[in-house]
Design a binder for this molecule. Structure first.
Ligand code: SF4
Ligand code: SF4
Length: 732
């Protein structure tokens, strides 16, 4: 060992010792913070499916590859990180001796070839990612950036480190070539040989370059260890457990969508017949009341901003960005952690749990952070502004896009639950809706005895459950379908088509009440459970004696479809629920309905969030339209998984939209830009929002918003009076 090697070895050993010590300290700190969360025992179920999904999502980059070039570039960088870590390890042998290398595999030509290929692809990948970050930098003139609000220096830092480590990998090999210490042939390592051709024959070059590579790598480890909230770096490790512990691991995409998580206290679902707000946690009032998985979510965020770029609230000028919400919760959790780890925190009656002695050594910043209300305005020092919390439509675009499976919607609803149930603090206009749900069983407050009015004037009988036993489908009409004029047209169209196809169906009539979706999404779990339990009892009675496969329900409202199919199981109601577009597609495919006259004029389709993203029903409505219209469906730029919300979900239908541009107007402009004369929808709320948007633009005479069922009915029974655009009943 020469004098240069003595210096490089000491340098490498010293910086590595410091980096490893800091990294161990950082990991222990992160584990301690995450463990502050509430239990979530359900996250340990089905470990085989979890492991499989984690491997598919990480190795296959299934989420990221939806983003085309950036996904592919990120894949190469990820593989490069894993494989080229071996070369960092090899550098420890190279600082000691100029012809050092990894024992055994370090001499295999295949090792030289694979690391050469991955090194080159990693270099290309990181240069692409750097170019994309620069092109999308928030400070660039014009346009909105998904990186707005991200900590940009951290992204640049990580990318430069990766670039330099890759470059120095080739420099080390180049010095080995130049000094004739390289054992791999030219065909396997052409780039290394090319680098060697321009480097001098410097005997100590290998050890010096290896030391620089180790110093760069350890600088990265030191910096991220001193910044435990640096998700852009830590996600390399945290993404694996975060994906492993996601809910519903068997669902390949949108696993945090569909059903909401039940309200839990100490990890157990709450039953309101026994729940006590002085003993049980109602929603989330403090950051430590999220589950440990929530805190892991916040720690894992890479600040990539893909969620933000798709969020309808953010894109229309509201203060909500799902990324910034997650970052605020993360920063608050880590800043409050010293106080919590010292034994601090409030019990359910609001009393401090720690003694003065326990808190005496804490710095003033941690104590100040502990005093911040989780929900509060800037003047109140709140972590999350109420306008942020209430801007969410629960559309799920954020969850759908997040490459590390963060479950934003659950966290937002958990915070709403506390605000509604304990603080009674929510947009006042939604109070009418909640009162109507409690007193009348529907959000509009319509009299229950008018639920069947939509059947008036039909030229066939609509049977009620109890009047017939041999119905195949229970037709769940929904509150909009029963009381709202535009939705009533869809209800009539569906009933007419089912009758035409000879499907035996029956309705609950006055026995039906609201599914509870708006109550649950606004955070009123109490009202949701009240309505849902009533409906589950009614439905179980209606299907008495039938096995699950024969407990079939067809619903026209995607919110009811989602709640009945995905959430009633939490309360003992197991049913086979289909959306009407799925049933209609089946009836057309099996020849029970025959479109005879194509509807022309150009048709586009708006995917309802709770049908598409939340339940992956993308094909059925398109199949129905494909059979019923002239020519091809004209897709909007944002369609299917990336569809843009109408603005009504998450109980936003019953709240005023006071900030920014109206979401429905944004969507209608996109629909109208296709030139289509018909905007087909599959949801009564989308129908209302988009119709209002079209009318607001003064285009009510040129563009019609109608349900897919109405389009099909026009094609199947063109001779049947279809009614006016707004209120006249179909078939009436
Ligand atoms: S659910 Fe939709 S509105 Fe809510 S934060 Fe996510 S993207 Fe935004
Ligand atoms: S998509 Fe996921 S990882 Fe990216 S910023 Fe949003 S929450 Fe963070």
């Amino acid at each position: 060992m020469g004098s240069v090697q003595i210096v490089t070895t000491i340098l490498a050993a010293a910086i590595t010792a410091v980096a490893v010590w800091l990294a161990v300290r950082a990991v222990l700190k992160m584990v301690a913070v995450i463990r502050l969360g509430q239990p979530a025992p359900e996250r340990f179920s089905d470990k085989v499916a979890r492991a499989r999904t984690m491997l598919v999502e990480t190795a296959g980059h299934t989420r990221m590859l939806k983003w085309g070039v950036v996904g592919a570039a990120h894949w190469f960088v990820m593989v490069g990180f894993v494989v080229l870590s071996l070369l960092v390890l090899e550098a420890y042998f190279e600082v000691v001796t100029t012809d050092g290398g990894l024992p055994i595999i370090g001499h295999w030509t295949i090792f030289g070839l694979v690391t050469e290929i991955i090194g080159v692809l990693g270099l290309v990948g990181i240069l692409v990612l750097m170019a994309i970050r620069l092109r999308n930098r928030p400070t660039r003139p014009g346009g909105r950036s998904r990186f707005t609000g991200s900590t940009m220096w951290q992204g640049y830092f990580v990318e430069w480190i990766v670039l330099l480590v890759l470059i120095f990998g080739f420099v080390i090999r180049g010095f080995k070539v130049a000094t004739d210490h390289f054992e791999f042939p030219f065909w396997a390592t052409p780039v290394s040989h090319a680098v060697g051709a321009v480097l001098p024959d410097w005997a100590d070059g290998v050890s010096v370059a290896a030391a620089i590579k180790i110093i760069i790598s350890m600088t990265w480890l030191i910096v991220i260890s001193l910044n435990v909230t640096m998700g852009v770096a830590w996600h390399r490790f945290l993404a694996f457990p975060n994906i492993f512990f996601k809910r519903e691991p068997a669902k390949p995409a949108g696993s945090g969508l569909g059903a909401l998580r039940p309200m839990t206290s100490q990890g157990k679902p709450l039953d309101f017949e026994e729940a006590d707000p002085e003993k049980d946690q109602f929603g989330v009032a403090h950051v430590e009341q999220f589950s440990w998985k929530g805190l892991l979510d916040f720690s894992t965020c890479t600040e990539c901003g893909r969620c933000q770029s798709q969020c309808p609230a953010w894109n229309t000028g509201k203060p909500l960005s799902p990324k910034l919400l997650v970052l605020s919760l993360r920063d608050h959790a880590y800043a409050k952690a010293p106080y919590l780890l010292a034994g601090g925190g409030k019990d359910l009656t609001g009393e401090e749990k720690a003694t003065q002695a326990q808190l005496a050594h804490l710095d003033v910043l941690a104590l100040a952070e502990a005093d911040k209300p989780l929900i509060g305005t800037a003047e109140e020092g709140g972590v999350i502004d109420p306008d942020v919390l209430w801007s969410c439509t629960t559309c799920g675009a954020c969850v759908e896009q997040c490459p590390v499976d963060i479950e934003h919607v659950d966290h937002i609803v958990d915070m709403r639950r506390y605000q509604v149930l304990i603080e009674s603090s929510f947009p006042s206009e939604a109070g009418v809706m909640l009162r109507n749900l409690e007193n009348k069983g529907n959000p509009w407050g319509a009299p229950q005895n008018t639920r069947e009015d939509w059947t008036k004037g039909l030229d066939f009988e609509v049977p009620r459950v109890g009047e017939v036993d041999d119905f195949e489908y229970l037709f769940w009409v929904g509150c909009a379908g029963a009381f709202e004029d535009r939705a009533k047209k869809t209800t009539r169209a569906v009933a007419t088509l089912l009758n035409e196809a000879g499907v035996k169906f029956a309705i609950l009539g006055e026995g039906e009440t609201c599914s509870g979706d708006p109550a649950r999404r606004i955070g009123n779990e109490f009202v949701f459970q009240m309505l849902a339990q009533q409906n589950v009892e009614t439905l179980n009675e209606a299907f008495d004696g039938r096995e699950k496969a024969k407990r079939k329900i067809v619903a026209t409202c995607p919110h009811c479809f989602n709640t009945l199919g995905n959430e009633y199981g939490q309360l003992g109601g197991e049913f086979e629920v289909v959306h009407h577009t799925q049933l209609l597609a089946h009836l057309v495919a099996t020849g029970k309905l025959t479109p005879v006259q194509p509807v022309d004029g150009g048709v586009t389709y708006h995917d309802p969030c709770y049908l598409g993203r939340h339940n992956r029903v993308f094909a059925a409505p398109r199949e129905v339209l494909g059979d019923a219209i002239a020519g091809d469906l004209t897709e909007m730029p944002r369609n299917s998984e990336r569809s843009f919300c109408c603005g009504a979900g998450g109980a936003r239908m019953w709240m005023e939209e006071k900030i920014g541009k109206r979401i429905n107007v944004d969507r209608v402009e996109e629909a109208m830009a296709t030139g289509a004369k018909t905007v087909a929808v599959g949801c009564p709320f989308c129908s209302t929002m988009l119709s209002d948007g079209v009318n607001g633009k003064g285009a009510g005479e040129q563009v019609e918003v109608i349900d897919v069922a109405t389009v099909l009915l026009r094609s199947v029974k063109p001779e049947q009076p279809q009614g006016g655009k707004e209120t006249a009943p179909i078939g009436g």
